[in-house]
Design a protein around this ligand. Sequence first.
Ligand code: ARG
Length: 467
Amino acid sequence: MALWGGRFKEGPDQRFKDFNDSLKFDYRLAVEDIEGSECWAEAICQAGVLTAAECQSLKQALEELKSEVLADPQAVAQAGDEDIHSFVERRLIEKIGNLGKKLHTGRSRNDQVALDLKLWCKKACHEVKQAIIQVEKQLVATAERYQGCIFPGYTHLQRAQPVTFAHWVLAYAQMLERDYQRLSNAEELMQTSPLGSAALAGTAYPIDREKLAQALGFKHATHNSLDAVADRDHVMELLSCASISMVHLSRLAEDLIIYNSGEAKFVTLSDKVTSGSSLMPQKKNPDALELIRGKCGRVIGALSGMLVTCKALPLAYDKDLQEDKERLFDAVDTWLACLEMTALVFEGLVLNEDQALQAAKGGYANATELADYLVAHNLPFREAHSLVGQIVLYAIEQHKALEELSLEEFRRFSAVIDDTVYPHLHFDKILAARDVLGGVALGQTAGEIKDWQTLLAEHSAKLGQKD
Ligand code: ARG
């Protein structure tokens, strides 16, 4: 049963129907459509369209329908209706007869779908935030486990200065926390309800839209009906949050793939998130991480696709907007799956402390320290930099680390160098010197870990989630 047969002489071509119908994917909006309908029934009842008894029966039938769709969502997908709105209305009429036909008074599928999708986006924000917290918890636990472990820090993928593994892990916690905050900001902009905007010009029934908005869980009602039915900013914004976050996850994945490589061997991935080769028995491949890195493209693709769909789209509703759903659902599913996988990777991640320490020691990662030592002995930094460059060149030729040079060798380059240089080149000293907010000193990291634990407990409490 279509919602619009009256002005047509013949039915749609089956090929057009297959092309046009959206139930096969918008069935995922069933709960939002039903809850929106319950609030709409209440609103038109207050506007005098329904009696209190009619409203009651409608709401009861809708509740029953909600249990049915929750029990078997796939059955909804395959029901053959044009879209989720047609499905809900048909089932309602099958349940309570003609009364079901009154529900759509003063409403259009345009404000209905705008509402359903906005409600879905709000729920998605909440769900993704919970998933982000799970990853953050794993990151913080990993940082705590390996707090004092020295790790090579890179720029240009060249060993630069030593850091700790905890400091590296917490860098990603910062990125994910910005993703969390970005979602919270996006949620704030999803706080207006489009219901009551009808097809494009606003409903002709005296609905208290502010009250309706609050019943639906929004802060306010939208203030322009043309905008309200055509607005998909929340979809674009969620996809853009997803894309940025996936970029973070892909960087994390890439770092770990490198650190796990046979060349580095700084970390060992758990068997739970790796797979073997059908040909080479020795292989243990970082598939989980590679897929996270790869799926980033898919999510960014969804964002670009959505932006292009909306570009130059005339007001108000156009069917182009039906293209918003599949990519949004896919992107959010992908994002959630990647967050879950990232948490799992960290659950079983082992740091090979010795390998990491040796790598940090190689590559003259304490050269900056030597320059700072010379600065402390009154050399201008630029001169110290150049001098240390020459010392490093000499040490490379001698196949020695800086701390392995004799005092006599050091003094060939500068007479200000004395015995006190050796403790300066020591790794513990290098870390300890960076005792600035955001620096790599162990005391800073310990404080950060404490702060993270407090913050994550706060987030969990806010989201109504156990620790
Ligand atoms: N399936 C449609 C969508 O997703 C619902 C709105 C249809 N509105 C219309 N005027 N045909 O956008």
